[in-house]
Design a protein. Sequence first.
Length: 206
Amino acid sequence: MTAAGSRELILSRIRSAVAGAGEVEITRAYRTSPDPARATGLVELLAERVADYRAVVHVVDEGEAAATIAAALARRSATRLVVPEGLPPEWVPGEPVTDDPPLSAAELDGVDGVVTGCAVAIAETGTIVLDAGPGQGRRALTLVPDYHLCVVRSGQIVAGVPEAVGRLDPSRPLTWISGPSATSDIELNRVEGVHGPRALEVVVIR
């Protein structure tokens, strides 16, 4: 029997089994709004969880952000950085590479990294979400280069996934980042940089 035939056979059996069954109301008790009791310590929790993913994390005041970004890039000797449109000028390195006209995959692979902002960050999971908004650019900018420096403002941090989903527009191209790109084979040998940046550095502005 072909795969399509097997699929149809299974579906027909399911239809027969549930024929005449009444509608069942599914209770969805998961949280969909912020919990005031969990609104404190989000900066510290995000930093802790992001670091758990082997990312480099800096928690700084607003006035220290630009110097922290510059120092991070200098430590990597990163000079050819892609910067998306809309990134605050004070975060932009000396001579950035622009994505206008759009850079090819080969050109993105040849830069030292990318500097972006974000749409939202989730403290409980250490996840940063980009939605291609101002200062974030298209998805390829943060998937092809080997190094990604992302700046997160404290006002963009939420406690959990439900709060993050509530802030995001599902029609936009969402990229959910939990540490540097990593995968492992059947023997659990970790390999980084397969599906995205090998190195993630996060500057959290409290």
